[in-house]
Design a protein around this ligand. Structure first.
Ligand code: KIV
Ligand code: ZN
Length: 386
């Protein structure tokens, strides 16, 4: 097998930037411990300089988890790096994630800085961070919309200053998979010293392309992928890490990558984060939605009962979901209906099944989802008539 992709989870930082989400220290620690069980390699616990509460949360997370590296976000300024170190100096595996925006629009309107000033500030921040941390990640914010030659210059300066990981975020979820992958290919072939660092992808989902973009970056040589569980985050969110993990696992022969995540912890992690953030997971959400392993149509249910691989490319058990659901509704067929009745312990003959199926179909025109209790009522009504 090929490279082992590292998972960097920013649910507690970029994820917490979802409007309406505010996690307290205890909640952050509980989530971090579950992320550790999932096998996440790097946890971004917060932005230590942003508030005393966040600094405390970063500190507690850094002390609570044993295996993952715990990082704090820091702008490329010394005071932010000091705040990160203050929060993480007692951590088991401390790290820092330093960023500065590099795109023309951010340089002109947000930073009001020249290219030369951005280069100098990036270099100074990474060099300073290296005085404290053995793990320093540098991000070129809005790297996806940065002139390629300038991006290469920034990356080179960060590497020369001692960065261990270089992250190229598609901050506004703007790029196509091919464009994003090409940036990684370009950097890999145009920046001297690039082999010394790990390249990282960080995608937002504004155009619904975050998963495709992250996978394109991995194909182009990224060794780390950053995102959140359930894809929560600024605006349309970050890439959903469970989607990337399951794509790498399910299509292992295509991607040729390894992941050492504990995939069976995915569903539990998703539920915990949904509960603590108050962010509901849509039923049709890939991998973790309640419908992700549910089948309603008769044709699909019939196929599933004959061989689950007809309509399921992943087993629910792999991600820690209890089982496949054959939902009885108006599109369901006789095969699934009979199967359900036998699960209740009833053995009806063909004639009885036909009558019950007819009544069931009438019910589906009145009721969208047929619950087990509805079926039991139908059966009891039928038995009572005999
Ligand atoms: O999306 C982004 O660019 C970020 C940076 C701070 C890394 O979250
Ligand atoms: Zn981001």
């Amino acid at each position: 097998m090929g490279r082992n992709v590292q998972f960097f989870d920013t649910t507690l930082r970029d994820g917490e930037q979802s409007p309406g989400v505010n996690l307290n220290v205890e909640e952050k620690v509980a989530i971090a411990l579950q992320l550790e069980k999932l096998g996440i390699h790097v946890i971004e616990a917060g932005f230590a300089a942003s508030s005393p509460g966040d600094r405390e949360a970063v500190r507690k997370v850094g002390e609570a988890v044993q295996n993952p590296t715990v990082v704090s976000l820091a702008r490329a300024v010394r005071s932010d790096i000091d705040a990160a170190w203050e929060a993480l100096k007692t951590a088991v595996n401390p790290g820092v994630h330093v960023f500065i925006a590099t795109s023309p629009i951010h340089r002109e309107y947000k930073l009001n800085m020249t290219k030369e000033e951005v280069l100098n500030q990036a270099e100074d921040a990474v060099r300073y961070a290296k005085l404290f941390f053995s793990h320093v990640e540098f991000s070129a914010e809005d790297g996806g919309r940065t002139e390629l030659d300038f991006l290469c210059e920034v990356v080179k300066r960060a590497i020369d200053a001692g960065a261990d990981v270089i992250n190229i975020p598609d901050t506004v979820g703007y790029l196509s998979p091919q464009e994003y992958g090409n940036i990684f290919r370009y950097i890999k072939t145009h920046v001297p010293g690039i082999e010394k660092v790990k390249l990282s992808a960080h995608c937002h989902d504004d155009l619904g392309m975050a998963t495709a973009n992250s996978l394109a970056a991995i194909e182009a040589g990224a060794e780390q992928v950053e995102g959140t569980i359930n894809g929560i985050g600024e605006r349309a969110g970050n890439v959903a890490l469970e989607e990337v993990a399951m794509a790498l696992y399910t299509r292992a022969s295509y991607y040729g990558m390894e992941t050492d995540l504990q995939l069976s912890e995915i569903a539990r992690t998703s539920r915990l984060i949904s509960k603590m953030t108050g962010m509901f997971v849509p039923g049709n959400k890939a991998v973790v939605g309640t419908n992700a392993f549910a089948h309603e149509s008769g044709i699909h249910q019939d196929g599933m009962l004959k061989n689950a691989a007809t309509y399921e490319i992943m087993n629910p058990e792999t991600v820690g979901q209890s089982n496949t659901l054959l939902v009885l509704g108006k599109h369901s067929g006789r095969h699934a209906f009979r199967d359900k009745l036998s699960q209740f312990g009833y053995a009806f003959n063909d004639e009885q099944i036909n009558q019950l199926f007819h009544r069931f179909k009438e019910l589906t025109d009145r009721k969208k989802v047929i619950e087990d209790e509805d079926l039991v009522s139908l059966i009891e009504e039928r038995i009572g008539e005999e």
